[in-house]
Structure formats: structure tokens, C-alpha cells
Write a protein that binds this ligand. Structure first.
Ligand code: AMP
Length: 220
């Protein structure tokens, strides 16, 4: 199964992607993680992307589309993929649709986790990640056991450079302007599964599994 998970930053996309990976045995491909990794490694793509990422701006399509499509062609994604953070523009969605037949695959469903803008802002401004493995905590909704330290690996918690209030505003604006058209794009194809993401994590996960029509036994 090949899925797209669409949701603004702070919509709980990462958590639900992990659930899908576990239940369906498919592979998670997060464009944000791909870019952050490239920045960390100091690759040419990373150096160029960093400038956009720090401002909360989209990395240009000419870089993003090539990078993600190249990754999708790798054998590790053959079992199926849950795409997270890509496509984020209508042009990216079209490029994906054009490239997939060559890889002998197609998108089965696009899932939209719908969360109100005010809730997203509140969630994002409380978000911290650990320095060593980017485990996510939230001072309001998921505080660490020891303030300032990761529960899992003990490394210090830091705020991502793109989680400051001005940058959060910009990212949410871009999501509603540029990525909501991607939701409409998949709705027109009859592939959209829209889920109310303003609910407890477990409930959202249950709705997702139900909406995709999978039973836990079937998927194992
Ligand atoms: P994320 O973790 O998904 O919020 O992504 C972090 C940053 O990576 C974004 O703010 C963008 O700068 C960049 N990025 C990730 N995915 C895309 C995409 N599909 N198109 C353009 N830029 C992206």
C-alpha cells in the first residue's frame, strides 16, 4: 500500500505515520527528515535546503521533487510507503503522479489530518525535540519526565530553528495556502480520507485504521 499523509506541522502526522508503519509493514518517508539529514551531513542539497528551512520556507520544487523521487525508486520502498511532508504543492503532486507508473506503483489513499489552525499554533509553540535523536516532546501536551531532558536518551531538549513563533506563523500560512490544494487534488481523484485530527492520538489512530478498511489481523 502506498499512502500520503497530509497534515500541517503539529497535526500529529509523525505519530500516525509510525502507526501505519507498524500496522501495514510499509516504510515511512518523511521529506523533512530527508532534508534535516542532508543538512546534518552537509551535502550540497543540505547546504542549499538549510537556507529555506531556517526561514520556514519551502525548498524549491526543482530540488525537492528530484530528491524524493530518487528515494522512492530505491528498493527499500518496494513494500509500500507512507509519504509524510511530500507532496506539499500541487506541482509536487502532479510530478509524483507522473513518476509513479515508471516505478510500477500508484498512490492508494491520501489521508488528511484536519486540525484547526489555533490548535496547531499552540501545539507547535510548545514543541521541543531532543538533540541526539529528535524524539518529540511538548511542554503542554507531552512534557518530559525530567524538564529539559529526553525521556528516551537523556539528551537535552531543544527547540527546532523552525519552531519559533514567526516561523510557525509562516509555515501554517504556507500549509493553508499551498498544501490544502493538494488535499483538493486527491479528493478530486476519489482517494481522500479526511480525519478529524483534533482528538486524542489513540482515537485518531483508530479512525485511520478503520478508514483505510484494515483490520489488525489482516495487516500482520
Ligand atoms: P517538516 O519536518 O515536514 O516540517 O519539513 C521541514 C522543512 O523541510 C520544511 O519547512 C521545508 O523547508 C522543507 N520541506 C520538507 N518537505 C518539503 C516539501 N515537500 N517541499 C518543500 N520543502 C519541504
Amino acid at each position: 500500500m502506498n499512502l500520503i499523509l497530509i497534515g500541517a506541522q503539529g497535526s500529529g502526522k509523525g505519530t500516525q505515520a509510525s502507526l501505519l508503519v507498524e500496522e501495514l509493514g510499509i516504510v515511512h518517508l518523511s521529506s523533512g527528515d530527508v532534508f534535516r539529514n542532508a543538512v546534518k551531513l552537509g551535502t550540497p542539497v543540505g547546504l542549499e535546503a538549510k537556507e529555506y528551512m531556517d526561514r520556514g520556507a519551502f525548498v524549491p520544487d526543482r530540488i525537492t521533487i528530484r530528491l524524493i523521487l530518487d528515494m522512492l525508486a530505491q528498493p527499500e520502498y518496494t513494500p509500500g510507503v507512507v509519504l509524510d511532508g511530500f507532496p506539499r504543492t500541487r506541482d509536487q503532486a502532479r510530478a509524483l503522479d507522473e513518476a509513479l507508473p515508471e516505478l510500477h506503483r500508484a498512490i492508494d489513499r491520501a489521508i488528511y489530518l484536519n486540525v484547526p489552525r489555533e490548535t496547531l499554533f499552540e501545539r507547535l509553540s510548545g514543541r521541543f525535540v531532543c538533540r541526539d535523536h529528535q524524539h518529540v516532546f511538548n511542554v503542554k501536551t507531552k512534557p518530559p519526565l525530567v524538564p529539559g531532558l529526553c525521556d528516551i536518551d537523556g539528551s537535552p531538549l531543544i527547540q527546532r530553528s523552525d519552531d519559533t513563533p514567526a516561523v510557525i506563523e509562516k509555515r501554517l500560512h504556507d500549509f493553508f495556502e499551498q498544501t490544502i490544494p493538494v488535499v483538493h487534488y486527491y479528493r478530486a481523484q476519489g482517494k481522500l480520507l479526511e480525519i478529524d485530527g483534533h482528538q486524542p492520538i489513540e482515537r485518531v489512530g483508530a479512525l485511520l485504521i478503520e478508514g483505510l478498511g484494515i483490520t489488525i489481523e489482516e495487516s500482520r
